[in-house]
Design a binder for this molecule. Structure first.
Ligand SMILES: Nc1ncnc2c1ncn2[C@@H]1O[C@H](COP(=O)(O)OP(=O)(O)OP(=O)(O)O)[C@@H](O)[C@H]1O
Ligand SMILES: [Mg+2]
Length: 358
């Protein structure tokens, strides 16, 4: 998986930024607020995921412009895919000229906020699962979009508390349970693989014994079950909480509270991990995600590292850089920090939204 070329036009502060990337390490350098993260953000959109920092596409359009354009050449399995995204009032996507085709990039983003993956709230870990699984399983991305839409409808009806809407509520709840049964099925399968992969990575960095397990709706054990077996359990849970949902005016049953429980040497990592321990565990999770994606597809995903190296001590930096060698990496940093000399990477310099190769 290689991102060969990327062009961002009227995208945030970039009028026209063009990058040509190497298959190995690419170091994106520049002082603050020049457009380094912006370039990773443009690259990330080629995975079909939403931006990791914008609430809407409108934010991505350069002030004063009508729309933004991101275009790229992505190579996967020896084939080139020409991608184009037009962002504005409506998003338009074409891949090799085909409208609404799935975007081909597989990538893993790692930024300083991901260091909160372990000690932060469950939403962080759901975002981690969602981004990882969506890129491997298109059916998951579909179920996720559907579940989010239904959750919003359901929440609105419950909040408004209009008795005339109770019939509709029943229908939305059943459809929401169906979408959640698919999410739970995929999340459970992926977390099982993560639980097999991450502890060894964590040991290799010199960490403690890491254990993890997927947590979903109380009383629902997805192990060995298909979505059609999970669905009745969710419906049962929802029926038991139906009155409570109406009384509280909020959605109490479904996969929107899911989490990954992590422990280090048997202690809850979220509660007890030190900052350094939490960072190491976050690193292990991201590297394990990379291993799973590589095994599944036969090639490593592109690693997008936003300012993350400076947050790690030299030992973790070396471990991390060694672990991701062999695939394509885009790293942003304020100064080169010796990254390009250590990795033999190409340097791209960003200044006021323009890119200079070298
Ligand atoms: N829609 C937009 N139109 C024009 N400029 C924008 C838009 N959105 C963001 N910017 C500007 O882009 C700049 C930030 O770019 P970016 O986050 O890519 O910087 P960076 O090089 O990663 O900086 P740092 O080293 O501080 O992380 C900010 O100064 C911001 O005002
Ligand atoms: Mg930045």
């Amino acid at each position: 998986m290689i991102l060969k070329k990327l062009r961002a036009e009227d995208f945030r502060l970039c009028g026209d930024a063009e990058c040509v990337f190497e298959p190995g390490v690419n170091v994106i350098c520049g002082i603050n607020a020049q457009g380094k993260t912006t370039l990773l953000e443009a690259a990330w959109l080629l995975t079909g995921q939403r931006s990791f920092r914008a609430r809407s596409d409108k934010e991505l359009v350069r002030f004063g412009a009508e729309s933004a354009r991101v275009s790229a050449t992505v190579e996967t399995d020896g084939r080139d895919f020409e991608c184009e995204l037009i962002l504005g009032a409506r998003r338009r996507v074409t891949v090799n000229g085909v409208k609404r085709a799935p975007l081909p990039l597989r990538a893993i983003l790692f930024s300083p906020t991901d260091l909160d993956l372990v000690r932060g709230g469950a939403a962080e870990r759901r975002r981690f699962m969602d981004a990882a699984i969506s890129q491997l399983r298109p059916a998951y991305a579909k179920a996720l979009a559907e579940a989010s839409r239904l959750y919003e409808h359901k929440t609105r009806i419950l909040r408004d508390g209009d008795p005339a809407m109770l019939d509709v509520l029943e229908d939305f709840s059943l459809r929401y349970a169906a979408a959640c049964s698919r999410l739970i099925y995929y999340r459970n399968a992926w977390c099982r693989r993560l639980a097999e992969t991450a502890p060894a990575v964590h040991k290799a960095i010199g960490g403690e014994t890491l254990e993890l397990s997927y947590k979903t709706v109380t009383g629902v054990d997805p192990e060995g079950k298909k979505p059609s077996d999970i669905y009745p359990l969710l419906v049962e849970h929802w029926r038991a909480h139906r009155e409570a949902e109406i009384a509280s005016g909020s959605c109490l049953s479904g996969a929107h509270k899911d989490d990954i429980e992590l422990s280090l040497d048997g202690l809850s990592a979220r509660t007890y991990a030190s900052q350094g321990q939490a960072r190491t565990a976050a690193l292990s999770l991201k590297l394990a995600e990379r291993d799973i994606s590589t095994l599944d597809t036969g090639s490593p995903p592109v690693m997008l590292l936003d300012d993350v190296l400076s947050e790690l001590d030299p030992r973790r930096q070396d471990f991390f850089l060694n672990s991701i060698a062999g695939g394509q990496v885009l790293i942003t940093c304020c100064e080169d920090e010796g990254v390009s000399s250590r990795t033999g990477g190409k340097v791209l310099t960003v200044e006021a939204g323009r890119v200079r190769q070298g």
